[in-house]
Design a binder for this molecule. Structure first.
Ligand code: TEU
Ligand code: CA
Length: 563
């Protein structure tokens, strides 16, 4: 057990545009975050990851950066950042910043130069190709619809963009690009950053020749740029150049398309690449032919199989990260729990799971209140470029059924988790004094922070307790993971164990009562309740679980040991 702060930490993700507006323009900002730090301190999180706050034309809400060393106008000034990081550190909260370097904005000075001429010194900062038979150089499709190629008449070539055409991909083959990235990292470490979340970290290395992808229902071409040929070399170089000099700085890679085998390389102990990755298998569960807007129902056993696989296979070799949602996913309670009658119970149950598995847990803003999907009724209410482009391609141009598409968006679309934080029951939920950039969920009078802080049984205080317990009991962080009854379609049952100390977790994923029987090899001589979302007695035994009940117990089989 090699103890590290980032293994024991619970991290909170802030999407700044939607967290707190401080100047009445309807957009969240850095000063707004500073204002709410005591709230985060009360929740008890150790670190905060803030989605991009750099200068950006906002084609993709800050994931398209035009200056890596300046603050987005709408979010404030560099002084606001300095204050924020100082106030965080004063409270013992570490700061993780987002590093978006698979691509820049097309308004970044590098790209403005690059597109001018084929001889420009910045030409090789991006990926340019000649047309093929007068058309796009290959068949790859963008995460935001259409081709990944955009024609640039200035020079008669196409440039590659895996995301929007305003997000040209950087050419990581060019060592100058990599040195620029390392400089940006040093800049933010000097400014007080304690870590980096590496945006689309699995996609920097594209296969030579950029061959056509296999046509499937999802995004075409991924096999040629996800976990590409030089990716691990790049991360070792990043480590040698930057991270090795700052051993306390943590890194988490957002690695879509990562397999367990690849994760062992990115986040393997002693590999000196990054500390952990976000895997995507559970979030993409049920995507029909890889298409996120056609999600079919899945069984609990499939969901459990993925999470348990990541638990057991990374154990002792690599570190895991745990998340139920983020700014790209629907709300966790809407996707995996019950946003209706059992909203509170199921939200608590889901986070009991997240905070009792091995890996570093990430709580996304508003999930501590049990916020739900946006439930907008019109396409005009959505702002997300992925949603808008998919609508244009499928409904407007493709003639697909608008009702069905709206339903799919309401279930899986990215704006579901981007509606503003619900702070109180006043107009605009205390988020802003003017019109918010994205509509506030109508349920804010029922679901808000003010109400949660006045209710000792709230999801907020339950999460606070889960965080405190995780800090007190290392078995929850480092314990080995063993699953029971993987085929059970109602209950998720697992045990964590560390040095004779055990933590048994039982989670009811249904709205019905379910019988739990104590696994045969679990014979506690002593046990006590760790946490539950219902009133519970204090010993571990076979019994009936109520709807969405979660119960976790500390136990030992050793005579004379304490729990
Ligand atoms: O996301 C990358 C990514 O793979 C996601 O876009 C995800 O797979 C997709 O939303 C599922 O449909 C990162 C950021 O988190 C996202 O917000 C950005 O839009 C994207 O990169 C481009 O920077
Ligand atoms: Ca503002």
């Amino acid at each position: 057990m090699d103890q590290k702060w980032w293994k024991e930490a619970v991290i909170y993700q802030i999407y700044p545009r939607s967290f707190q507006d401080s100047n009445g323009d309807g957009v969240g900002d850095l000063a707004g975050i500073t204002r709410r730090l005591d709230y985060l301190k009360e929740l008890g999180v150790d670190a905060v990851w803030i989605s991009p706050f750099y200068k950006s034309p906002n084609d993709d809400n800050g994931y398209d950066i035009s200056d890596y060393r300046a603050i987005m106008d709408e979010f404030g000034t560099m002084e606001d950042f300095d204050t924020l990081q100082r106030e965080m550190h004063k409270r013992g909260i570490r700061l993780i910043v987002d590093l978006v370097v698979n691509h820049t904005s097309d308004e970044h000075p590098w790209f403005l130069e690059s597109k001018k001429s084929r001889e420009n010194p910045y030409r090789d900062f991006y990926i340019w190709r000649d047309p093929k038979d007068g058309k796009e150089p290959n068949n790859w499709t963008s995460f935001f619809s259409g081709s990944t190629w955009e024609y640039s008449p200035e020079t008669g070539q196409y440039y590659l963009h895996i995301f929007s055409k305003k997000q040209p991909d950087l050419n990581w083959e060019n060592p100058k690009v990599r040195q620029e990235v390392y400089d940006i990292m040093r800049f933010w470490i000097d400014k007080g950053a304690d870590g980096f979340r590496l945006d689309v970290a699995s996609m920097y290395s594209k296969r030579e020749g950029l061959p056509d992808g296999q046509a499937t229902g999802g995004y075409i071409g991924g096999e040629h740029y996800q976990n590409g040929p030089r990716i691990h070399e790049f991360f070792r170089e990043m480590h040698d150049n930057v991270l090795s000099k700052y051993p306390e700085v943590m890194t988490v890679g957002e690695t879509s398309g990562v397999t367990v085998e690849e994760a062992k390389k990115y986040a393997g102990f002693g590999r000196q690449e990054m500390n952990m990755v976000f895997q995507f298998e559970h979030t993409e569960l049920g995507y029909t032919d890889g298409d996120k807007f056609r999600v079919h129902k899945v069984k609990l056993s499939e969901f459990k199989a993925i999470l348990s696989k990541w638990q057991t296979q990374l154990q002792d070799v690599a570190w895991n990260s745990l998340y139920l949602t983020n700014h790209d996913q629907p709300r966790s309670v809407s996707r995996w729990g019950d946003p209706g009658k059992y909203r509170v119970e199921s939200a608590k149950m889901l986070y009991t799971m997240l905070l009792t598995q091995q890996g570093t847990p990430y709580i996304y803003q508003g999930d501590e209140l049990g916020m739900t999907n946006a439930s907008f009724s019109s396409i005009d209410d959505y702002q997300d470029i992925q949603i808008r482009n998919a609508w244009q391609e499928r409904v407007v141009e493709g003639g697909e059924d608008p009702g069905e598409m709206l339903e799919a968006i309401a279930y899986i679309g990215r704006d579901n988790a981007r509606t503003p934080m619900q702070w109180d029951d006043t107009k605009n939920a205390g988020f802003t004094s003017s019109t918010p950039w994205l509509k506030i969920n109508e349920n804010y009078r029922e679901i808000n922070a003010k109400k949660a802080l006045a209710d000792p049984d709230s999801i907020f205080f339950y999460m606070q307790k889960l965080i405190r317990l995780r800090h007190e009991h290392l078995v929850a962080v480092y314990g080995d993971f063993t699953e029971y009854e993987p085929q059970n379609e109602a209950l998720y049952i697992y045990n964590r164990s560390l040095d004779g100390q055990n933590l048994l977790v039982v989670l009811n994923f249904t709205k019905d009562a379910q019988d739990f029987s104590l696994p045969e090899d679990i014979r506690p001589v002593k046990s006590r309740l760790y946490i539950s979302n219902y009133e519970n007695n204090d010993e571990l035994r076979s019994r009936r679980l109520r709807p969405y009940e979660a119960a976790a117990y500390l136990w030992t089989a050793q005579e004379g040991s304490d729990v």
